[in-house]
Design a protein around this ligand. Structure first.
Ligand code: GLC
Length: 549
């Protein structure tokens, strides 16, 4: 297999990250001058801010193509787009209050929809773009309240029938239960015990940690992350993923439906959607855990895991043209340490579509890699998070963006962004989804287009120096989102149709748009969600005695 540069030194990160104040080397966001358009701020100005998540990528010589790209010229945003006010109004309507305090946003307020299901709840993953929008607007209380309320919910009793879930599990969603007679309010969480399919959300805990870092980085308030409750919450979440078992891989073994794609879609095993979030959460936790008592053990374990995970992902999940050609020519049934085809992937299992889809320029992280199984599907969230978190090397980040450019019609089409590509159809759909009537081809999780993914695409574009690409995607969304009533997803190969069973006024479609817009207008906001490439510490250069000779 092709080796992509994978030298990382996690020990170095562990060494420098023990102090939470490192998160804040950059000035707290609230004091930074804002609202300057992207044009007014030069790239060099942005990239010279220390520790803001830009410097490693923007000035890396490995990133030349970001600037040559037809999508990479400066943006020309003037007055706020009329949609922005509409979006804020809709977002505010979705705020959920508990005992008078804002604690989150409801998933959707679609009055026209007959079945509410659990769309009247606050979903942890759905709240992330809302939280980022509120933070950027200096409304930080709702984010803090959300973090604290979900933290307390972590200690609730979690049971599926007679089976008790791990203490670290975080809820998929929660709602406010109002008892009119007694005039009381209580929060009721769902950890998967009521969810369709009874799957626990592996992504919730990771998003919680990522959001805690974003809050800390943006507000400059380290007291929340440093509090014993938050430290414990992080340790409990991490305990679920760092405990020893029968694993031979550093990736995290998952069941189907445990992430944003919360129904059977053939993504059990080691889905990229979870591995990228896992990596990012580990790096965020490393910055926030205190090196005292129990924290110290976790810091050590995280360092080791990150070291192995980075190597594994960058080598075995990476696919580009030369690598695809290597797999195509693989020998099988190899035994021992000298094996090239380590996971015994049978070349005949490579689906036909990949040969057409793979451009000469570009690459991506595979959907899944496990023994004799490679899921060649492209997944949006995993690949964008890989860029944002620097799981991808600078070269890989460029390649992921190149691929999106090359395959714009397939992945973006008329509505950003496909959740995965391609859709599974016919016999494969029957076997893999179990005949799921919602996940039919090019619909919902099966190749549907989700406006919420716009913020992740925008963040990845900014980080790789391609704001024009983000601008183009945002304009596509702007031409339809309000008119169509902020749908949850779109259907069809090009994303032209409002999704078959899509909710309207889906909150994360609204918040995702706002975050994308605000990030493009003030790219320095990216720092709250982006992580720098973890570079090995270079030994100090000393002049040799012969220097002056
Ligand atoms: C759907 C989505 C899931 C989301 C939920 C609430 O179940 O698949 O990702 O969290 O709706 O919007």
């Amino acid at each position: 297999m092709k080796r992509v540069s994978s030298h990382v030194s996690m020990a170095s990160e562990a060494e420098i990250n023990l102090d939470l104040s490192r998160l804040l080397i950059d000035k707290p966001r609230l004091t930074l001058e804002r609202k300057r358009s992207f044009d007014e701020q030069s790239w060099s100005e942005l990239s010279h801010r220390q520790n803001d998540g830009f410097d490693s990528i923007m000035h890396s010589p490995a990133f030349p193509s970001g600037f040559d790209s037809p999508f990479s010229m400066g943006t020309h945003f003037g007055d706020p787009h009329p949609l922005v006010n509409e979006a804020w109004e809709a977002l505010r309507k979705s705020v959920v209050y508990f005992r008078g305090q804002p604690v989150g946003t409801i998933a959707a307020i679609d009055h026209a929809s007959e079945e509410v299901l659990n769309y009247d709840q606050v979903f942890v993953r759905d709240f992330v773009p809302s939280a980022l929008a509120f933070l950027m607007n200096n409304e930080t209380d709702i984010v803090k309240n959300f973090l604290l309320k979900t933290l307390h919910l972590q200690s609730s009793e979690k049971r599926v029938d007679r089976f008790k879930l791990g203490a670290g599990a975080m809820p998929a969603s929660f709602k406010v239960d109002r008892n009119q007679n007694r005039n009381t309010e209580t929060l009721v969480a769902d950890f998967g015990e009521s969810a369709i399919g009874r799957v626990a959300p592996v992504d919730s805990g990771f998003w919680w940690i990522i959001l805690l870092r974003a809050y800390t980085k943006y507000t400059g308030d380290t007291s929340l992350a440093e509090s014993p409750d938050c430290q414990k919450c992080m340790r409990l979440i991490l305990n679920l993923c760092l405990s020893e078992g029968f694993d031979t891989f550093p990736t995290l073994l998952c069941t189907d439906g445990c992430s944003m794609i919360d129904r059977r879609m053939g993504i059990y095993g080691y889905p990229i959607e979870i591995q990228a979030l896992f990596y990012m959460a580990l790096r965020c936790a490393l910055q926030m855990l205190k090196p005292d008592g129990e924290g110290k053990d976790f810091i050590e374990k995280i360092g080791q895991r990150l070291h192995a995970l980075t190597y594994h992902m960058r080598n075995y999940f990476w696919l580009d043209f030369p690598h695809l050609n290597n797999i195509y020519r693989y020998k099988t049934e190899e035994y021992s340490h000298t094996a090239v085809n380590k996971f015994n992937v049978i070349p005949d299992s490579i689906p036909d579509w990949v040969f057409d889809f793979m451009p000469c320029r570009g690459g991506y992280f595979l959907g899944n890699v496990s023994p004799a199984m490679m899921d060649f599907r492209w997944f949006a969230l995993g690949n964008c998070i890989a860029i944002i978190s620097s799981l991808a090397t600078p070269e890989q980040s460029v390649a992921i963006m190149d691929l999106i450019e090359e395959r714009w019609e397939e992945l973006v089409g008329e509505m950003p962004l496909k959740i995965c590509y391609p859709a599974i159809e016919n016999h494969e759909w029957r076997i893999i989804t179990g005949c799921d009537p919602k996940n039919t081809r090019w619909s919902y999780h099966n190749g549907g287009s989700w406006p919420v993914l716009l913020w992740l695409l925008t963040a990845a574009c900014i980080k790789t120096g391609r704001p024009q690409m983000a601008k183009r995607a945002i304009e596509l969304a702007e031409s339809r989102l309000l008119k169509d009533g902020w749908p949850e997803y779109y259907d069809g190969k090009l994303g032209r149709f409002i999704g078959k069973q899509a909710r309207k006024f889906q909150t994360w479609s609204i918040a995702g748009y706002l975050v994308a817009r605000m990030m493009l207008e003030d790219p320095s906001t990216l720092m709250m969600i982006s992580m720098e490439e973890d570079r090995p510490v270079k030994p100090a250069m000393r002049r040799s005695a012969s220097w002056n000779a």
